[in-house]
Design a protein around this ligand. Structure first.
Ligand code: HPA
Length: 257
């Protein structure tokens, strides 16, 4: 019911027909909209039933437009479980994507580097996740990350000469950053990156039959690696700086889909 109302509002305000892919931009990653032709943009706060982000750096907009002939729906800003929202609310945008008939989804997030080789600025294409301290509804039988979209992301990286790696994302519910001991545990468990988002969305999208990929941009070394303490400000600063390779990768990827 809530989804139907939101869908109706979005269909009136934006051009949602024939969208090839929905792209969700995480912390400090609100670019790309600037490159869209025929940009239409709304504040997600005006969408009936849409959860409002309380986090700095998540601006809460939804837009549609065309990039090199591809129709896109871009969502900037998301809500997190640690803000006090239920998983049903966290994945509300995923239901909307489904209701609009969009079949592909690219998620992005800012994450801590657990693998010591992944310094701030590294781009990681996710091919698995662990969620050791949380129960997120249920886990899919096979990886929720699309092999096909991941292959296209790698192809796009090759064409545009952007360095990417593959990796495993550790989903933590927050709200605090992890302890050093938790990061050591996550590393031993095979995690390469750690963050507080996108896994619920990915799991739901899989359930709804949406082909999904996720790219993490490492914004900081995870807790205990450098000895200095972490802050959301640092996450935003790294995300805002040197985004160029991420933008290049996303644009090349969109050309390929
Ligand atoms: N931990 C958890 N979430 C994060 C981090 C981190 O180090 N960086 C960005 N999001």
């Amino acid at each position: 019911m809530k989804v139907e109302q939101a869908k109706k509002y979005i269909e009136i305000k934006l051009d949602t027909k024939d969208v090839s892919i929905a792209v969700v931009l995480g912390s400090g990653l609100s670019f790309l909209e600037d490159s869209l032709e025929g940009l239409k943009k709304i504040s997600t706060a005006d969408i009936p039933g849409y959860p409002v982000s309380t986090v700095i750096g998540h601006k809460g907009t939804m837009s549609t437009g065309t990039y090199l002939g591809k129709r896109l729906l871009i969502m900037a800003g998301r809500v997190h479980y640690y803000e006090g929202y239920s998983y049903e609310e966290v994945v509300f945008p995923t239901y909307i994507i489904h209701s609009l008939g969009i079949k592909k989804l690219l998620l992005t997030n800012a994450a801590g580097g657990v693998n010591r080789n992944y310094a701030p600025g590294s781009l990681i294409i996710l091919d698995s996740y662990i969620a050791p301290f949380s129960k997120i509804y249920k886990n899919p039988v096979t990886s929720p990350y699309s092999d096909k979209l991941n292959a296209l992301l790698e192809k796009a990286a090759g064409i545009s000469n952007v360095r990417v790696s593959r990796g495993c994302y550790a989903y933590m519910t927050g709200p605090s950053f992890e302890t050093k001991a938790e990061i050591d545990f996550l590393r031993l468990s095979g995690a390469d990156a750690v963050g507080m988002s996108t896994v619920p969305e990915t799991v739901w999208a899989k359930e709804l039959g949406i082909e999904t990929a996720c790219v993490s941009r490492i914004s900081n070394f995870a807790a205990g690696i450098t000895g200095s303490s972490l802050s959301h400000k640092e996450v935003l600063e790294t995300s805002a700086g040197s985004q160029e390779s991420f933008i290049t990768l996303l644009k090349e990827f969109i050309k390929l889909i």
